[in-house]
Design a binder for this molecule. Structure first.
Ligand code: NOJ
Length: 461
């Protein structure tokens, strides 16, 4: 029987803004998402992230839940404006102290911290004074912030990710405008993507030229694209779509340049790297993160049926791709409207492995949302247990049968939390969180994932 390698990492993930709450505590500065939540109509039901899961105060209880789950790794993000309230000035020691308590608590329980430096909560001052990711000032501010984190935590944190899902910051934040900072443009997503990549490169330079040990990578997201037919046009449409989605923000950190198809389609809308920047970017990821949630069919011509609305998760700016997406009516659909297609996950991992020549991959997020009325309905989450079982099975096939170099898997997410524009309605957690009492209750899927991990450990060679 083929089994996962002995040192395969099983983990669970969260992000600061979605769970911490305590949005003004101990000197924390405001972030773009704190401000965005105040704008009427932006967040479902008028929810705000001010309290969220109150993890800032309840982190000890959460560490116990993480450890009891049986994972050996926990991926979380640092809130930049806790460390530097205005993004670039004075350091807030209380913010550093909080993450020290968290990191020490995890290590004491045998859980390895995997730290993301940026999961979308930009210090508001950098947005208001410097136009956020449209500006070079933010690029340099990020590199300094990253170095402060390496200095403060690098003695214990050996696994770093610079950015989470840059595609969302670029496209949803600056293209369609549904995420903070809510800008709508055909050009800005590419400028923002460019600056995020440069910020990654400068941060990695600080990491590698400092005396830090460990590895640093980036967590990009991608849905898989299966050609709708065997026609060369549909095969090309699917391939190009993956290049516009994952390749856009990953090719530069591996090869030092954007995919050729993007340069061809976008012309001057796609900024260029100088020779020096390109050199700095090339090889700047020790591993590639993948946040993966769904799959679509891709075709050059409009499909006869089951078309998915353009702009709905097309990856890159949909208008730039000459692409149509569709689905199979047999695919189960999650509360987010995302299709459950485990074989697409396996193919996605193979695509990354081949394109990036076997560079180590971590699945930095994978999970599903289920809305529910009340705790009893929510904890009986058979669909999520099924999802975790099917997706980890597909992962196992990719690793053991296809030879894809995946080193770890992080389930999204530890507990129900603030799901951005969807507020608290979309529950992604393995643990139920009651947002009034803040009580945590493990769901069926928590125990299902625990069994998968145990089984994998017991059967490793
Ligand atoms: C990816 C994001 O990184 C995370 O913050 C979000 O909650 C999940 N996808 C689910 O939408």
């Amino acid at each position: 029987m083929k089994v996962f390698p002995k040192d395969f990492t099983w983990g669970v993930a969260t992000s600061a803004h979605q769970i911490e709450g305590a949005h003004t505590a101990d000197g924390k500065g405001p972030s773009t998402w704190d401000a965005y939540c105040q704008i009427p109509g932006k967040i479902n039901n008028g929810d705000t992230s001010a309290i969220a899961c109150d993890h800032y105060n309840r982190y000890a209880e959460d560490i116990k839940l993480i450890s009891d789950l049986g994972v050996t790794a926990y991926r979380f993000s640092i809130c930049w404006s806790r460390i530097l309230p205005d993004g670039k000035g004075v350091i807030n020691q209380a913010g550093i102290d909080f993450y020290n308590r968290l990191i020490d608590g995890l290590i004491a329980k045998g859980v390895t911290p995997y730290v993301t430096l940026y999961h979308w909560d930009l210090p508001l001052a950098l947005q208001m004074e410097n136009d956020g990711w449209l500006s070079e000032t933010t690029v340099q501010a990020f590199a300094r912030y990253a170095e402060i984190c390496f200095q403060a935590f690098g003695d214990r944190v050996k696994h770093w990710m610079t950015f989470n899902e840059n595609w969302c910051t670029a496209v949803l934040g600056h293209g369609t405008g549904v995420f903070a900072p809510g800008r709508v443009s055909q050009t800005e997503p590419y400028l923002v993507g460019h600056n995020l990549l440069l910020a990654h490169a400068y941060a990695v330079k600080k990491f590698r030229t400092g005396s830090y040990q460990g590895v640093i990578g980036i967590a990009n997201n991608c849905d898989f694209r299966e050609p709708l037919s065997n026609s060369p046009e549909d095969i090309a449409a699917a391939q190009e779509s993956l290049e516009f989605f994952y390749g856009w923000l990953t090719d530069p950190v591996v090869f030092g340049h954007y995919p050729a198809i993007m340069r061809e389609r976008l012309g001057t809308r796609l900024p260029e790297f100088t020779a020096e920047e390109s050199e700095l970017l090339k090889g700047s990821a020790d591993f590639l993160g993948l946040n993966h949630y769904t799959t679509h069919y891709a075709s050059r011509q409009a499909p006869a049926q089951n078309a998915v609305a353009p702009g709905d998760g097309n990856g890159g700016m949909s208008e730039d791709q000459h692409l149509y997406l569709s689905s199979d009516p047999a695919w189960p659909v999650t509360s987010m409207g995302w299709f459950v297609v485990p074989w697409g996950f396996r193919k996605m991992l193979n695509w990354i492995h081949q394109r990036y020549n076997g560079l180590p991959i971590y699945v930095t997020e994978n999970g599903t949302a289920i809305t529910a009325n009340g705790v009893d309905e929510a904890i009986d989450d058979q669909e999520r247990a099924y999802f975790v079982s099917e997706y980890t099975q597909a992962l196992k096939q990719a690793v053991t049968e296809d030879g894809v170099n995946v080193q770890g898997y992080f389930a999204w997410t530890l507990m129900d939390n603030f799901e951005w524009c969807q507020g608290y309605n979309m529950r992604f957690g393995l643990i139920y969180c009651d947002f009034d009492s803040l009580k945590r209750t493990p769901k069926t899927s928590y125990y299902a994932y625990q069994s998968i991990i145990n089984e994998s450990r017991n059967s490793t060679q």
